[in-house]
Design a protein around this ligand. Structure first.
Ligand SMILES: NC(=O)c1ccc[n+]([C@@H]2O[C@H](COP(=O)([O-])OP(=O)(O)OC[C@H]3O[C@@H](n4cnc5c(N)ncnc54)[C@H](OP(=O)(O)O)[C@@H]3O)[C@@H](O)[C@H]2O)c1
Length: 290
């Protein structure tokens, strides 16, 4: 089984990659620094350079992967910024890295997916206002306004809120992309994954180590206990989603960690707006130059 993965070098994605290797899968990952892989991956995987900050890197990665068939595509990389930033292509960076780059990678690799292949996009419960997480929730999934927040009258003015909303909305886009991909890619299983809140990953690193550690210690106490997970638990669930026959036939389904279980639930009202999912797909295609 050949698996291609982003976000395998840290956090629960690293744990999932280790589990997938232990099961005998052949793993190719996109990594910002392939020369400095975590010890547990060294010599056991194929690592190609991929910084999702630039769409040219995504095209290069897809080309370097070669022509061989792909059985599983795991789009797990993600960032959460502390200060607004712009990607190499001039888009809001969170939207560019978390959504646009993965969208382009999916489109480029789709022809190489085997029949019955599986695609997993890591989303987040923060995408759903009904979850009432501490992260400012999305209000729309308009790709042009997300790419250029300075043109968005609904954009948050505060730095923290703007960064939080950019994050939750990028995760909404991952979930909507999974739903639309399931329609557009017949014969391919597509699903999205909410790992719950997973403390002690690198996600909050842009805030600095001290704040990130404090958040990891305090937030679990403020959240509903079944919404907090661990690196091994969410990592194992991600590995299961990639390989377990239980998840075969997924048509854009959204799987969420709840306490010790992974359950299939409905995503937010906006994520279930089929017309908005189609619009996001088409607008994203234009933005990435397809
Ligand atoms: N932790 C949570 O509570 C939580 C909750 C819901 C969803 N998620 C999602 O889960 C996924 C994994 O997050 P995590 O918590 O495990 O965080 P993490 O420890 O920071 O891992 C993030 C991964 O994404 C990679 N990455 C980040 N920016 C990249 C870029 N520009 N190009 C290529 N790779 C990049 C990182 O690579 P490097 O090693 O090079 O940095 C790392 O492998 C993300 O999509 C995140 O949004 C996390």
């Amino acid at each position: 089984m050949r698996i291609v993965m982003t976000g395998a070098t840290a956090g629960f994605g690293l744990y999932a990659a280790e589990r997938l290797l232990a099961s005998g899968a052949s793993l190719t990952i996109g990594a910002r620094n392939p020369a400095a892989l975590p010890q547990s991956l060294q010599g056991r995987i194929s690592a190609l350079p991929l910084d999702l900050d630039a769409l040219a890197n995504v095209r290069q990665f897809a080309a370097e992967l070669g022509e061989g068939p792909i059985d599983v595509l795991i789009l797990n990389a993600g960032l959460q910024l502390a200060k607004p930033a712009t990607s190499a292509d001039g888009f809001e960076r969170t939207f560019a890295v978390n959504h646009l780059a993965h969208y382009l990678l999916l489109r480029l690799l789709a022809p190489r997916l085997t029949t019955g292949a599986r695609v997993i996009l890591t989303g987040s419960g923060t995408h759903d206002p009904a979850e009432k997480t501490p992260v400012t929730p999305p209000v729309h999934a308009d790709a042009d306004r997300l790419a250029h927040p300075e043109t968005d009258p609904t954009a948050e003015k505060g730095v923290r809120q703007a960064c939080f909303r950019a994050y939750s909305t990028s995760k909404l886009c991952n979930i909507m992309t999974a739903r639309e991909a399931a329609k557009r890619l017949p014969g391919i299983d597509v699903l999205s994954f909410d790992p719950g809140y997973v403390p002690h990953t690198g996600l909050g690193r842009d805030n600095g180590r001290i704040i990130a550690t404090l958040v990891s210690l305090i937030l679990p106490r403020l959240m509903k206990s079944d919404r907090t997970s661990t690196i091994p638990r969410s990592g194992q669930f991600l590995a299961d989603l990639a390989q377990d026959t239980r998840y075969a036939g997924a048509r854009g389904d959204y799987w969420s960690v709840r306490g010790p279980a992974l359950i299939r639930i409905e995503p937010s009202t906006l994520a279930r707006d089929d017309a908005a999912c189609t619009r996001l797909w088409d607008d994203s295609a234009r933005l990435v130059g397809l």
